[in-house]
Design a protein around this ligand. Structure first.
Ligand code: AMP
Length: 192
């Protein structure tokens, strides 16, 4: 399965992407996790990304696109992938499309995590307390939700026009949301 998980920060994409990737036996590619690992290791990529992440802004497209294209070239992606947190802009989505056309391996679906802002704010505040993520401070949280609305929301139409969008209610216990996702993907299964 080649799937994209799309949704605002705090919608539970990471937890669900890990679960679904495990079930399908394919890699879970979370761009935020890759960036955080690079920041922790002090790599050049980490240094390039950190200031954007701390502010709650998006890392520039060219940096993210190059990183994801390199990751998709690895052998384990031959069996499919769950992309979590990428694409987040139309330019990123177009770059992904071009790569997948070249490979003759189109996406099976794009899962959109629906959650109201009140619930997102509640979850992100809880995560800030539990994980001490610098980008989960309250004002940064609000900024990330705005960035989502401006830069990432247009991808809902982008993928809806291509017949790939599957909306899932992201509110509820983790196992229930997982069931909704698996049911939605089953209904959408295409050969290949
Ligand atoms: P996440 O863990 O997915 O919420 O990502 C944490 C941070 O990493 C984001 O707020 C961005 O600064 C950066 N990031 C992750 N994925 C992307 C992406 N596809 N495009 C730009 N920046 C990203």
């Amino acid at each position: 399965m080649r799937i994209v998980f799309l949704g605002p920060p705090g919608a539970g994409k990471g937890t669900q992407a890990a679960e679904v990737a495990g079930r399908f036996g394919c890699p879970h590619i979370a761009t935020g996790d890759i960036f955080r690992a690079n920041v922790a290791e002090g790599t050049e990529l980490g240094r390039a990304a950190q200031e954007y992440m701390d502010r709650g802004d998006l890392v520039p497209d060219e940096v993210v696109i190059a990183m994801v294209m390199e990751r998709l070239a690895e052998r384990d992606c031959d069996s499919g992938f769950v992309l979590d947190g990428f694409p987040r802009t139309v330019a990123q989505a177009e770059a992904l499309d071009r790569r997948l056309v070249d490979l003759g391996a189109p996406l099976h679906g794009v899962l959109f995590f629906e959650a109201c802002e009140e619930e997102l704010l509640r979850r992100l505040a809880g995560r800030a307390a539990a994980q001490r993520r610098a980008d989960d401070a309250e004002q940064t949280i609000r900024h990330r939700l705005e960035v989502f609305a401006i830069k990432t929301r247009p991808l809902i139409d982008y993928y809806a026009h291509r017949g790939l969008l599957i909306s899932v209610d992201a509110i509820g216990p983790i196992e229930i949301v997982t069931k909704r996702i698996l049911t939605a993907l089953e209904g959408n299964r295409r050969p290949g």
